[in-house]
Design a protein around this ligand. Structure first.
Ligand SMILES: Cc1cc2nc3c(=O)[nH]c(=O)nc-3n(C[C@H](O)[C@H](O)[C@H](O)COP(=O)(O)OP(=O)(O)OC[C@H]3O[C@@H](n4cnc5c(N)ncnc54)[C@H](O)[C@@H]3O)c2cc1C
Length: 493
């Protein structure tokens, strides 16, 4: 056993969520160590969709480009067709000033990009290092790390489990979960189709189940089976091309010739959510906190949003810039979001039960989704755009708790956008003019960037505190209201 390594935050697991969180902490200069079992990123096919709210968050760090000034009208929206429960009946809509509503990108590419950002910011990333045990008390959290034949301890002020579905951190911290059993068995395969021209493309539904087939006549096609007739074998049960071929033929109703499997893996709609995202010095994010089926392509997005929510809070608490209670809001804000995603994936799986007795229900849902309001409701759920952290209290601004749109702002320093002001991941107070409120806010300037607006349009509030994750913490109309808000969120001046 070698000598203990000491760090401020230890992240266990360097998938996309761990890497994003590491970069967020690095931006704030928090001493951060990340351990990851794998020695390099694997190119296995997993998530491929960054939904609208994730794209909007990435825009606020400068990871995606903003539309050029004046290029997009603030009221203009962009529409993208999507699916719900296998039905191509949904239209996702997002403001054009936020960039594209959906960004197609392989998970491996996202992971490599985020790892490079985290390394640039000085995070100590240790690949080939596996966390094997955890002990946490009031003073510190300690993780035993295995590296080759060696084991060594890391002592950290906080440990974040970003270590995926079978999280060692969740288990060792004794955090209980709530789960729902699988109702279908899925196989994800990358194969060469021998007759791509005759193969159905997109979602296929028969009385035997559902398939998603992304035909690529020039290379590997992606097949996902959703088999409601067979019990789910264990995730690690042996899997070969013959099983994929047999399942595909049964669901599609005829042979689909294929060979050269590049990847084969199992999935299902088993769901689990940790009952607590925080236990003292231990926190959970991403698949370590929640798992569900890939329906709607939401898992990666949900995890990245956990990291955006947790990153700035943990940074401020770890550096003494905010009270410890700020960290509790991570659970209270993100756990309900996880529950809502799990519920909508289960609703989709229920809708997909293949028998004809479900057809009238499917027809009804398809009809409902052809109307603007229900479509908007479901599309905002799937794309993460309906997330808000505090329902507006009576008398408060309708902005409170909501994601601040990327509106153009006329500031005393010149034209800015909301997204541009959030690149440094610091809280931003948008305050009208140079009067009493701006003067009061100066006392928090070590923790909060104060930006003076030439006019309260288009926000409509005298002072608006935008959190680093883009959500409005509070709005204030008076000096005392502003001071109360700043004290609650960031401690005394
Ligand atoms: C087959 C498949 C298809 C999917 N399709 C989609 C999709 O279409 N859309 C979507 O949004 N999501 C999809 N998902 C889900 C998505 O891939 C996950 O939600 C996402 O990977 C979660 O990221 P994460 O960083 O939380 O966990 P992971 O990506 O699982 O990363 C966890 C990391 O922790 C490491 N680790 C684990 N234990 C330890 C330890 N003890 N010590 C050190 N390191 C450790 C692992 O090596 C791993 O790199 C799919 C998942 C699968 C399996």
């Amino acid at each position: 056993m070698t000598e203990a390594h000491r760090t401020g935050v230890l992240i266990v697991g360097g998938g996309p969520v761990g890497m994003l969180l590491a970069g967020e902490l690095g931006l704030h200069g928090v001493r951060t160590t990340l351990i990851e079992t794998l020695t390099e990123t694997h190119d296995e096919p997993r998530a491929g969709t960054l939904h609208a709210r994730t794209a909007q968050s990435l825009l606020r760090r400068g990871y995606l480009a903003e539309p050029a000034p004046g290029e997009r009208d603030p009221d203009e929206t962009v529409l993208v067709p999507f699916h719900f429960g296998g039905m191509s009946a949904l239209t996702i809509e997002a403001p054009a000033i936020e960039g594209p509503p959906i960004v197609g990108q392989s998970q491996a590419a996202v992971e490599r990009f985020l790892e490079a950002r985290a390394r640039d910011r000085g995070v100590d990333i240790r690949r080939g290092h596996e966390g094997v045990a955890l002990r946490a008390d009031a003073d510190a959290a300690r993780v035993t790390v295995r590296h080759g034949d060696d084991e060594y301890p890391i002592r950290a002020d906080y440990v974040v489990g970003c270590d995926g579905a079978r999280s060692m951190v969740r288990r060792e911290a004794g955090i209980p979960s709530t789960s729902h059993p699988a109702t279908f068995a899925g196989i994800l395969g990358l194969v060469r189709l021998l007759d791509p021209a005759s193969c159905p493309n997109g979602w296929v539904h028969t009385d035997q189940g559902w398939m998603l087939i992304n035909v690529n006549p020039l290379g590997q096609s992606r097949l996902l089976t959703h088999d409601f007739t067979h019990p789910l074998p264990g995730r690690d049960a042996p899997l070969d091309l013959a099983e994929l071929q047999e399942t595909t033929a049964r669901i599609v109703g005829r042979e689909v010739p294929m060979d050269q499997p590049g990847f084969l893996g199992r999935f299902s709609d088993f769901c689990r959510i940790a009952d607590r995202y925080r236990a003292g010095r231990v926190l959970l994010a991403g698949d370590a906190a929640h798992v569900h089926s890939p329906l709607g392509g939401q898992g990666l997005n949900l995890g990245l949003q956990d990291a955006f929510n947790l990153g700035w809070k943990l940074a401020m608490v770890a550096t003494g810039s905010a009270p410890d209670s700020l960290l509790d809001t991570y659970h209270t804000e993100r756990h309900p979001v996880g529950e809502r995603v799990i519920a909508n994936t289960r609703a989709q799986a229920a809708l997909m039960r293949p028998g004809p007795e479900q057809d009238p229900l499917r027809d009804l849902v398809r009809d409902l989704l052809s109307f603007d309001e229900p479509n908007r409701y479901v599309a905002d759920l799937i794309s993460g755009q309906s997330v808000a952290y505090r329902p507006a209290a009576p008398g408060s601004s309708t902005l409170d708790g909501h994601f601040l749109p990327n509106v153009p702002l006329e500031t005393t320093e010149g034209p800015r956008t909301v997204a541009g002001l959030l690149h440094a991941a610091r809280p931003v107070l948008l305050v009208n003019g140079d009067g009493d409120l701006a003067e009061a806010a100066r006392k928090w300037q070590d923790r909060v960037d104060v930006v003076r607006l030439r006019t309260s349009e288009p926000l409509g509030a005298a002072a608006t505190l935008c959190r680093p994750d883009g959500y409005v913490a509070f709005t204030a109309a008076t000096r005392s209201g502003l001071e109360d808000g700043l004290t609650t969120w960031f401690g005394p001046a």
